[in-house]
Design a protein around this ligand. Sequence first.
Ligand SMILES: *Cc1c(COP(=O)(O)O)cnc(C)c1O
Length: 362
Amino acid sequence: MNKVQNFSAGPAILPQSAINASIEALQNFAGTGMSLIEVSHRSKEYEAVVAEAVQLVKDILKLEDKYEVIFLQGGASLQFDMIPMNFLSPEKTAAYVNTGVWASRAIKEAKMFGEVNVLASSEDKNFNYIPKDYAIPADAAYYHCTSNNTIYGTEMFAFPNSPVPMICDMSSDIFSKPIDANQFDMIYAGAQKNMGPAGTTLVIIKKSFLEKANAKVPTMLNYKIHVDNGSMYNTPSVFAIFVCMHTLRWIKEIGLEGMEVRNKEKADLLYNEIDRNSLFVGTVVAEDRSRMNVNFVLSDPNLEEAFLKFCKERNLSGLKGHRSVGGLRASLYNALELESVKALVNAMQDFEKEHKQSTLNS
Ligand SMILES: *Cc1c(COP(=O)(O)O)cnc(C)c1O
């Protein structure tokens, strides 16, 4: 089988070491003689997996002792509800920035629980930039932002100095570069982009913020319950957390500084080609271009289908843009190797040559 270059936006490429460890554990988990998916989540072997995953998150992000780390279910999307259920109420206002589909969904859910103040939005330009000039009101219950806009390909490279608790959806760029994690009161991320398979969501929450949570929240949606039970109030997503643990081991080995170098090299290579190649145009304002999701279009939209077919023949997979925006999108998550981006750039160059040839002949 020829190697497939996997540019999928999510679920997405994972490190081979995590895949191999998963295959082994599906046969025989930690010497138990049983498969990972048939052992008790309360076995000491599995409790060690969750404990290590939590510790790795703390180590990689250099989290201070004042944070709790839990793994929940329901995807990042359930966080859109859990956050306002726990931290908003009809007499309070929460501040949100609208930078795309996911941010819009977070806003929509929050409105069911209290007042929402949308401080800024990039919807006027089809979300192709990150709004920067806005003030965060000092009386907001919290401020919510999305660090990487998976569908539109914009990324926040700096965060505001928030006077209120800052919450960030980092689903698609977590662990991709060094950040000052200790400036956030809460960080969350669905696993299936940069951390593991679908089925679990990482939530990092500051203890002092957790103390402000509403008391009357249904049990399964109550952060405090999950924290008090170490992600084991009910059966956790056993397999997904296991794969996250192995991916986190791989991330820790490279380190966030090393990860940023890798990711920058991949993104620069692709953006340079988009800018050089006469057939392609980038869709995002240069300073906000995401290193994780690279959005671009063909200068002649009629060539899009032919290019996607050209890529498919070369085993380049997952390049079609999100159904809501169209065009092309190459996701370059942590586990994607530079070699994959080189293969895509080669395809773009060959397509350009072929196309120039055919316009000369016609
Ligand atoms: C994919 C994604 C989501 C939704 O994640 P689910 O786990 O499918 O609910 C939310 N936010 C961002 C930034 C995403 O990329």
